[in-house]
Ligand binder design. Structure first.
Ligand SMILES: Nc1ncnc2c1ncn2[C@@H]1O[C@H](COP(=O)(O)OP(=O)(O)OP(=O)(O)O)[C@@H](O)[C@H]1O
Length: 241
């Protein structure tokens, strides 16, 4: 379980509260969509959870670990077990999907493996299994640079899973994809929440949130405006966006 208590992020000389007293409890297997107007704090919240931004106030517990108090080891827990999915994943264009999944990204993989590309056979089988789960088996030997945007995003998810991600944070992972590919990516993430107990926290368009998220959290001016089970928003909730 993830506990966020009274997270506040203050920036600038005028001490603007870009996140203001955010408290959340998140269970494994949840697919949480963050929605809200531009500037409401969605990206900042994701970055604070990923420990890419400092917290001004608050406490953050993941399982038994107090992330903020445990310093380096807390940060390491997040970098090992949590994955940040970029809007356009950085994939080496000349590397095949399989190799991308096997080699991982810096921070997840020993340097010698990144340099030599050497892998064990059980890692190979594991990577193929994950590619199959993501519907990419027939793309395993295709270079990342020739894959479609949706396929690249799914390779990035496969890479995160292969390296033990338990939580995926995703900032607009479907922006720039055509509607069908975008839906495919979100559908895949939702399926992994159910089958692998993956936890996903993502900024996604409202229509996809309503169809696939198990929970929708609305943000407004850095505060939580609503926190509901995944469903169609009421008109009152829509007016908050
Ligand atoms: N380091 C910073 N210094 C000053 N202002 C900041 C800083 N970080 C975030 N902000 C401001 O905080 C607000 C929230 O930004 P954030 O990027 O989290 O919003 P968002 O909801 O993700 O917006 P969008 O939907 O447009 O991506 C914005 O007004 C932004 O300009």
């Amino acid at each position: 379980m993830i506990h966020v208590d009274h997270l506040t992020k203050i920036v600038g000389e005028d001490r603007t509260r870009v996140l203001d007293d955010i408290s959340l409890e998140i269970q494994h297997g949840e697919m949480i969509a963050l929605v809200g107007p531009s500037g409401s704090g969605k990206s900042t919240l994701l970055k604070c959870l990923a420990m890419r931004e400092t917290w001004s106030e608050g406490s953050f517990r993941v399982g038994d670990t107090d992330i903020l108090k445990s310093g380096f080891s807390g940060k390491r827990k997040i970098s090992r077990e949590w994955s940040f999915l970029e809007q356009s994943p950085q994939l080496h264009p000349e590397r095949t999907a399989l190799k991308t999944v096997l080699i991982g990204q810096s921070g997840q993989t020993p340097v010698w493996r990144m340099l030599t590309g050497m892998v064990r056979s059980d890692d190979y089988m594991g990577a193929m299994d994950i590619l199959e789960t993501l519907g990419l088996l027939d793309k395993a030997h295709q270079k990342a640079g020739t894959l479609s945007g949706g396929e690249r995003q799914r390779v990035a998810i496969a890479r995160a899973l292969a390296h033990g991600a338990k939580v995926v944070l995703a900032d607009e992972p479907v922006t720039g994809l055509d509607p069908k590919s975008g839906e495919e990516v979100i559908k895949t993430l939702r399926a992994l929440c159910t089958s692998e107990r993956l936890t996903v926290i993502a900024v996604i368009p409202l229509e996809l949130a309503e169809r696939y998220a198990t929970r929708i959290i609305g943000l407004q001016d850095g505060r939580i405006s609503f926190d509901i089970n995944g469903r169609r928003l009421t008109s009152a909730e829509r007016r908050l966006l």
